[in-house]
Design a binder for this molecule. Structure first.
Ligand SMILES: Cc1ncc(C[n+]2csc(CCOP(=O)(O)OP(=O)(O)O)c2C)c(N)n1
Ligand code: SF4
Length: 538
């Protein structure tokens, strides 16, 4: 039976069909729908552990722990999440996997909703593990199923790399019969492999190095790497980018084509294509990953290699069929152009959002005459950088507001204020706050507790309200400079006064701005209203 699925859903359902015992993630576009799909389907498709984790590192380590007890696990995240999870990820290639461990990373070329467009294939190569790169929703399903098998066959974690346009578009997908796998606890046979003391780690790293030839052979023989030797012009494409090539080239037999879907790069196939063609174009979504390996430092004598490195395709942004046409010297096809004169609509905080009241109060508390340092973080509240608030002067990575404020405070800057959302705080704001409390740094941390992860669609948070105060005290915040406010127009004057007092305090102060996100409140009400009639008849 065919199902119309998002790329994210195809991955999620493949993992369920592969017999996972758990799925682990922290929200992040474009990967969020993977865990959401598993949460929705878990009752009908068999129980699996599928609560959100505090951050991507925690998610990865939970998945690794499940693998340790011999069960299959999925961990998913957006590309920058893998920076956070990089430590366990790289080390898990050394421990290896016991039960299959599959990592799905969703890259965001074009930065639709991210602060960069890094290419996760480099992480796969860095860890020296197999990487799958599906080009459509069916392959997202098939490759994820295969990734579980490969993980157990080689005793390694395996990565599936998808991109926004695949994650967030739908196509018909055929499912296969679910795998018949045991969900019993089956402890790893040799715990020394998982205890990375140098004596063990050296042995395990040697094993990883020795496996590389076998992995290259596997990739070369995989049906997901396809070589068609025809005319004299060569094209190497990978993942989603292979669709643009197929669309542009069609059945034109002038071109010999190598489509790559599994890494390590299939060297033997590349050698055949390069032997057959003198002119080769590389078409990849993301960085010039294959192109850089093929070109090396000095290029290939006698061969014209082109792609992103020589400007035939752009180094940034997403690919498109017309870009590939241009790279092949074909005229562009007409595409519909948006009507001129449409007004621009920059993103904005929802009307009535509690963050608006917090930013207004901060603005007034710091006053027009001082030049405050306002460190911001990632979430809906980053929009406080825009007029009329102009109250966010930095946004780098999750948790950086507190650490950067701490650096500035240690350098003698004043006043130093930072804003951080509740989910961002439990993701990676707690450790810098412990450091700031220990140093009694001269800065004010304003935590925006709206009781949800607003930016990614309203997932639950671990702590809110009074419980948050307890957590902050436990992290070492002085009770005399820990205040809770309700960011609301009716409290504006009082809030300005309290924030001003804490900014003027010479030492660390923390303000918990506590009021639920109105959008999520509305969603909950709608859900309750939809459930009510059925509940009445039950
Ligand atoms: C490492 C990393 N993981 C995930 C994301 C995606 N993301 C952006 S903001 C955010 C959380 C925002 O929630 P919160 O801090 O509660 O603020 P709100 O949006 O509710 O105002 C997430 C998960 C990211 N940008 N970086
Ligand atoms: S979703 Fe919630 S937190 Fe985000 S801008 Fe809207 S009201 Fe504010």
């Amino acid at each position: 039976m065919l199902e119309l699925l998002l790329g994210d859903e195809a991955v999620a359902i493949a993992a369920l069909d592969a017999g996972i015992s758990g799925a682990f993630s922290y929200p992040g576009t474009p990967a969020t729908e993977i865990l959401e799909c598993i949460q929705k389907r878990t009752k009908s498709e068999g129980q699996v552990a599928c609560q959100w984790s505090a951050n991507e590192k925690v998610a990865y380590e939970e998945a690794l722990g499940m693998s340790y007890i011999g069960q299959r696990s999925l961990v998913s995240m957006k590309h920058v999440g893998l920076n956070v999870a990089a430590d366990p990820f790289i080390n898990s290639a050394i421990t290896g996997a016991h039960g299959a461990l599959v990592l799905v990373v969703a890259d965001d070329p074009g930065m639709h909703s991210s602060q960069n467009e890094q290419d996760s294939r480099y992480y796969g190569q860095f860890a020296q593990i197999p990487v799958f790169e599906p080009r459509n929703q069916q392959e997202a399903y098939d490759m994820t199923r295969e990734a579980f098998e490969v993980s157990e066959r080689f005793g390694l974690p395996v990565m599936v790399r998808i991109v926004t346009r695949l994650a967030h578009s739908r196509a018909a997908v055929a499912r296969r019969d679910p795998a018949d796998v045991s969900k019993e606890v089956n402890i790893t046979p040799d715990t020394r492999n998982w205890t990375l003391l140098p004596v063990n780690a050296k042995r395990r790293f040697r094993r990883l190095l020795d496996l590389q030839e076998t992995l290259r052979e596997y990739a070369t023989n995989s049906p997901y790497n396809k070589l068609k030797l025809r005319g004299p012009k060569g094209i190497i494409s990978s993942g989603l980018a292979s669709n643009y090539v197929a669309e542009v080239v069609g059945t034109d037999s002038t071109y010999s084509i190598l489509e790559i879907g599994v890494y390590p790069v299939p060297v033997e196939m590349i050698r055949q294509l390069v032997g057959h063609c003198e002119d080769i174009l590389l078409v990849e979504e993301g960085y010039p990953f294959i192109e850089t390996q093929l070109n090396g430092l000095l290029g290939l004598p006698g061969k014209a290699i082109s792609g992103k490195r020589n400007g035939r395709l752009p180094l940034d942004g997403e690919l498109a069929a017309n870009l590939v046409r241009d790279a092949l010297g074909m005229p562009p096809l007409e595409t519909p152009v948006p009507e001129e004169g449409l007004p621009g609509r920059p993103p904005a905080l929802c009307q009535g959002c509690p963050h608006c009241d917090t930013f207004k109060a901060i603005q007034e508390a710091v006053g027009a005459e001082t030049k405050p340092l306002l460190f911001g973080d990632i979430g809906c509240y980053t929009l406080g950088a825009l007029p009329p608030y102009n109250a966010v002067h930095s946004c780098v990575d999750m948790g950086s507001s507190i650490s950067m404020a701490l650096g500035a405070a240690k350098g003698g800057a004043h006043p130093v204020v930072c804003t951080i959302g509740d989910s961002t705080f439990t993701h990676s704001g707690m450790t810098p706050l412990i450091t700031a409390a220990y140093a009694d740094a001269n800065m004010t941390v304003i935590i925006l507790d709206n009781a949800t992860v607003g930016m990614t669609g309203g997932q639950e948070v671990f702590v809110t309200g009074e419980g948050f105060l307890g957590l902050l005290k436990g992290l070492g915040v002085d009770e005399d400079h820990l205040v809770m406010i309700e960011p609301h127009q009716k409290n504006h004057e009082a809030n300005v006064e309290r924030i001003r007092r804490e900014i003027n305090h010479r030492g660390l102060s923390v303000v918990l701005a506590c009021r639920p996100c109105i959008y999520v409140k509305k969603k909950v009400k709608e859900r309750e209203a939809a459930v009510a009639p059925a509940a009445a008849t039950a």
